[in-house]
Write a protein that binds this ligand. Sequence first.
Ligand code: GLU
Length: 482
Amino acid sequence: MSVRVRIAPSPTGFLHVGNARAALFNWLYARHTGGTFILRIDDTDVARSDPEYEDDVLAGLVWMGLDWDEGVGVGGPHGTYRQSDRLDRYAEVAGQLLAAGSAYHCFCTPAELDERRKEAQAQGRPPGYDGRCRILDPAESARRKGQGEAAVLRLGVPRPGVTIFEDVIRDEVRFDHQAIDDFVLVRSDGSPTYHLASTVDDVDYEITHVARGEDLLSSTPKHILITLAMGGTVPTYAHLPLLFGPDGKKLSKRHGDVSLKAYREGGYLPEAMFNYMCLLGWSYEAETTVFTRAEAIERFDLAAVSKNAAVFDPEKLEWMNGVYIRDLDPVDFIDRAIPFVEEDLGRELSGAEREQLGALGPLVQERVKLLTEVPDMMSFVLTTSLSYDEKSWRKVMETETTPAALDAAIDRLTVVGEWTAVVIETELRAMLDELELNARQGLQPVRVATTGSTVSPPLFETLEVLGRDMTLDRLRSARAKL
Ligand code: GLU
């Protein structure tokens, strides 16, 4: 049977890197096996679901290049793939489970349940639901329900019993039913729980492999029990290792950004993110950390995913992003950097400005790890009135030898014949010899005068890109300000 996998994000927050990793592994498995990758939206929690978050999920997947074959936005044989459109179907299954005796109505009020939980805890008994309404006569139950008494629907977990499944990643997993409450399928307001809705969808959509975070491991026996009660086919489960921060603690906001959006907007390349996320629980080859999408697809297997927690290390990701940036074609680099420059400037660039950036591109490309670093490194070429970084100005321009250095630089650069980096370098180095200055004393003033800061791409090449007129203008106005 052909592989059918899914991800089922709840649109109650921005797409978390953990969910993005789950999406990636499901996608890789589908592409590796020639199967189907499905996007379903778990939006039964109406109060917390927000279309903005759903858009963010879709945008995140598109950005990573994880295309889906069925699901929200692309359709398929199962309707909208949105749980909020399937409430009738969940109610239908609930009715069938009730009629078959697999589920029962429970009339215990929250206050009663709370009281009994506390009592059990005080006596050292397990705090879960004690099964009180399970023994009610079904006809009596139906009568009370018919009269409008509030009730939830619970699954009657077979007891004694044990659910055993072969997890692709964790091997055999067993849950004794003593440890599983008769959990709720339908709330008293008629809404289905995650357990019911998710399982019905997985059965109806003929999902063959459920690969999701290990945090859901304890839900899996419940889903298996529902599936069996429905007469459905139990899928194969794979529980992906949790993500930890470099300090060995569960990944959280403490470790920095945990939404994919933050990385999308933070100057990361999707191909670097893709590559790095592959390594969160899987490895291509012990020694190989950088590989292409095609290579990942060719080798990926759920069975090769490790059960040990995976470390999400932002520093390593940043390093990898630098590797991918340096590897870009220079034209591609500028195309990707321009939105960040425009965002920083608050306006669109003209064609001429784009060309200027293009000339500077290769100098900057070697030196950044994030596209967000580009505006600071490049914007100086675009402006007609340069602003100076205050600290750079104080440190460099208020030095005793600076006026003489700028004067000499202006004199020499006014009369050079050819305006190339090599010629500019020869002249400026001759200036250093003549004035007996070291590079810091003689060249940093030129850098600050022409770029506004002590941090810029290599100086001589930068001056070549700036052109003779702009270079001399800038040297003169900085000199005038001393
Ligand atoms: N909506 C659930 C979540 O976002 C889906 C979990 C699952 O894959 O079953 O955690």
